[in-house]
Design a protein around this ligand. Structure first.
Ligand code: UD1
Ligand code: CA
Length: 449
């Protein structure tokens, strides 16, 4: 059955006390919104609609960055969750199949949970995701008999008996799209908040003789973010889970509590991650690679058997082939390092391609930026870049070529050539001693005066 998704992201998030729309605050280096979109995308939806309001343009741009196909609708006034979903009606009213509503500020719903809800649709016209809350607070309460849901009561409208219920509404709901918009049209704002509640749908469905049901999930999964404290807690929860998953997947973490993963980090089996390693977005580490302590990685790919760090920084577009070694105080950006390349120390490689088994000496810099434009450096295979070589791009170093240390290379170097681009050394016998004598005499004269 086809699936459409509506992700609600119009709220202001006042309690974040922020200029940034709430759903754009990051957990695990991704906006909250992207977490929700990723969970939904795992179902292979026909269509995803994000409802934006506060900071609408920024939120829309972020949604499109995650999924260029996403549809955006604007809710200019936040009149409740049913009103928010109704904004998607022009796009989805005729959609075949089911509709799932997710919240942009609820990042941890697992695709497996959404699948369980779809499966429960075989038994119920409407399926709501519920959880047993340790502290039910102001959550909507599910009035249910076993799996059968009678109605959802919002906290503000609940009787003391209903408030005593600990089975709560996560906000995620699944039903046929046509039915959803049909029922939403019936929702009235006759409640304590004066809002159009999406939570009225189960009772409205039952009034038509349809069945509503509850699927349960862990409370940790439904964690919503409303404050900076909750954001920090969500980050901690994400990292705890990511570390456990990495360990279970056969990754060695020397000090798990000091490693920070991104939402999309992929680490292969038998990879070894040392202490204090930070993964930004878009990193893949293949199996048997080793990331030593204090590395900062984002947007990069580290192949099998490669070693990185300690103290290395890999930026977007860093592609390390098998058995590459990147050592301490090396920064790599938008550069491909072919198999067996060694970049041991104190180096910047940007906008470059380095051929296999080339050795990059300490202190090498690709001078890729002329103040206006970026330029490429191409280094062949089996080359040897002497320590402290400045490669002024655009420049090409041929296979098997050698640059003398301290060279400023501004012209292409042919294969197997030696390039020397530094001042010739001059020896002045005894001149150092004479110079020191003179300086000492000056210092002594100054001390007297
Ligand atoms: C909602 C549920 C409640 C549930 C809780 C779980 C309703 C009426 N109540 O309450 O049963 O226990 O979530 O967290 O649905 N939004 C819009 N436009 C609006 C209103 C809300 O886009 O007009 C978005 C918000 O940005 C947010 C989500 O919908 O992402 C939920 O809205 P919120 O106001 O936080 O609902 P709660 O009162 O928490
Ligand atoms: Ca909320």
């Amino acid at each position: 059955m086809t699936i459409s998704l509506v992700i609600l992201a119009a709220g202001q998030g006042t309690r974040m006390n922020s200029d940034l729309p709430k759903v754009l605050h990051p957990v695990a280096s991704s906006p909250l919104l992207h977490h929700a979109m990723a969970a939904g995308q795992a179902l292979g939806p026909e269509r995803t609609v994000v409802v934006v309001g506060h900071g609408g343009e920024q939120v829309a741009a972020s949604a499109r960055a995650f999924d260029p196909e996403v549809a955006i609708v604007e809710q200019t006034e936040q009149r409740g969750t049913a009103h928010a979903v109704a904004q998607a009606a022009p796009l989805l009213a005729e959609a075949s199949g089911d509709l799932i509503v997710l919240y942009g500020d609820t990042p941890f719903i697992r695709p497996e949970t959404l699948e369980a809800m779809r499966a429960a649709r075989a038994r119920h016209a409407i399926v709501v995701l519920g959880f047993h809350a340790a502290d039910p607070g102001r959550y909507g309460r599910l009035v249910a008999q076993g799996e059968v849901l009678e109605k959802i009561v919002e906290f503000k409208d609940a009787t003391p008996e209903e408030r005593a219920i600990t089975l709560c509404n996560s906000g995620v709901i699944c039903m046929e799209a046509k039915l959803a918009f049909d029922l939403i049209a019936q929702v009235e704002p006759n409640n304590a908040a004066g809002e159009y509640y999406l939570t009225d749908l189960p009772a409205l469905a039952r009034a038509r003789g349809l069945s509503a049901g509850v699927v349960l999930c862990d409370e940790a999964e439904t964690m919503g973010i409303n404050t900076r404290t909750e954001l920090a807690r969500a980050e901690a929860a994400f990292q705890a889970r990511a570390r456990t998953e990495a360990l279970e997947n056969g990754v060695t973490l020397t000090a798990p509590e000091t490693v920070f993963f991104a939402r999309d980090t992929v680490v292969g089996r038998d990879a070894v991650i040392g202490p204090n390693v930070f993964f930004g977005p878009g990193v893949t580490v293949e199996s048997h690679a080793e990331i030593r302590s204090f590395c900062h990685l984002e947007g990069c790919h580290i192949s099998k058997g490669a070693t990185v760090g300690p103290f290395a920084r890999l930026r977007p577009g860093a592609e390390l082939a098998e058995d590459v070694h990147v050592g301490n105080f090396v920064e790599i950006k938008n550069a491909i390092l072919d198999e067996g390349v060694k970049v041991g120390h104190l180096t910047y490689l940007g906008d470059a391609h380095v051929g296999e088994h080339t050795n990059i000496g300490a202190g090498t810099i690709t001078c890729n930026y002329d103040g206006v434009m970026k330029h490429r450096t191409v280094i062949g295979k089996n080359a040897f870049i002497g320590s402290d070589t400045m490669l002024v791009a655009p420049v090409t170093i041929g296979d098997g070529a050698l640059t003398a240390s301290g060279s400023v290379i501004t012209e292409d170097v042919p294969a197997e050539a030696l390039a020397l681009a530094r001042a010739r050394q001059v020896i002045k016998p005894g001149l150092a001693a004479k110079l020191f004598d003179r300086l000492r005499a000056i210092k002594a004269a100054k001390a007297k005066a």
